[in-house]
Design a protein around this ligand. Structure first.
Ligand code: R5P
Length: 291
């Protein structure tokens, strides 16, 4: 097995290659003057007959999709025996159904493309796992929530884990099992991509530390609203953990000014709060894939 990074996953790819004790390919990433992407793998000859693992955070969504196509073309041409695509953060997974007539199922069309480009696809905490049915090659997904929970476990007093919506309850349960505490959830309604409403709920959080767990924090509205509710009900420290810290614009500031004591994310989506690595999660998923 050999590893090749996407432009935004150079550190993560290095970490995985170290753990797997395998070669990390040398790459070049540039842009043409008009903005188009240029990528090159410099270790020609190293790819032939190899099982190549391409690790890419799709942080720059549209560029990442193009980068993945270009990388597949290089690797196939150079004679890779197989190509495994590890999209640590997979873009467009939230448009996994038609919410309104006239919309595409964005991840479905991308799944068709990836199925042509790669021999298998691995990702971490996709928004919903039903997207597996859109892939025509093996699709394996794992979770980084246990790593996040282990990272904060010893810092929480009288802890309780909370998911800010029903979609993340399974993540809250996973974290609570590691910490050995209770979990609860809130009920959120999304009004628009930037507006949400959370139904009032009395929670048993007075003088307790709360760990809020979500898969993605994007605008920060969901978690900031949850934090305000927890503060009003007398919660002590509120730690926020998410797998994919997308954190658009002022999202991080919004979380801290709402009362978060710390925000922790993973390196599926490199950001200033990516304090937990998913390197070992990827190694386990590669083992599940037969490596
Ligand atoms: C949605 O259901 C996800 O789990 C997240 O809660 C959501 O994407 C967060 O978005 P935002 O930070 O913009 O509220």
């Amino acid at each position: 097995m050999i590893v090749v990074p996407g432009v935004n996953s150079q550190e993560l790819a290095y970490r995985v290659s170290k753990l797997a004790n395998c070669k990390l390919l040398r790459t070049e990433f540039k842009r043409f003057p008009d903005g188009e992407l240029y990528i090159r793998v410099l270790d020609n000859g190293a790819i032939e007959n190899e099982d190549v693992v391409f690790i890419q955070s799709q942080r720059d969504q549209n560029d990442a999709v193009v980068e993945s196509m270009l990388m597949s073309d290089i690797l196939r041409d150079e004679g890779a025996r197989s190509i495994t695509f590890v999209a640590s953060y997979m873009a467009y997974t939230r448009q996994d159904k038609k919410f309104n007539p006239g919309e595409p199922i964005s991840i479905r069309v991308l799944a068709k493309i990836y199925s042509q480009l790669f021999d298998r696809v691995i990702t971490i905490n996709p928004h919903e796992t039903h997207i597996k049915s859109f892939f025509e090659v093996p699709f394996i997904c794992g979770s980084a929530v246990k790593e996040l929970a282990r990272h904060v476990k010893d810092r929480l007093k009288k802890p309780v884990v909370l998911s800010p919506d029903t979609g993340a309850v399974k993540l809250a349960k996973e974290a609570a099992e590691v910490i050995g505490c209770e979990y609860d959830y809130l009920e959120k309604t999304r009004i628009s991509p930037t507006e949400i409403k959370i139904a009032p709920k009395n929670l048993d959080v007075k003088d307790r530390d709360v760990l809020i767990v979500d898969d993605i924090i994007s605008t920060g509205e969901t978690v900031a609203t949850a934090i305000k509710m927890l503060k009003e009900q007398g919660a002590n420290n509120i730690l926020v953990a998410c797998v994919h810290p997308v954190l658009i614009g002022d999202a991080l500031n919004k979380l801290y000014t709402s009362g978060a004591s710390e925000v922790i994310g993973t390196d599926t989506f490199p950001s200033p709060v990516s304090k937990v690595s998913v390197d070992r999660v990827i190694i386990e998923l590669l083992k599940d894939a037969g490596f």
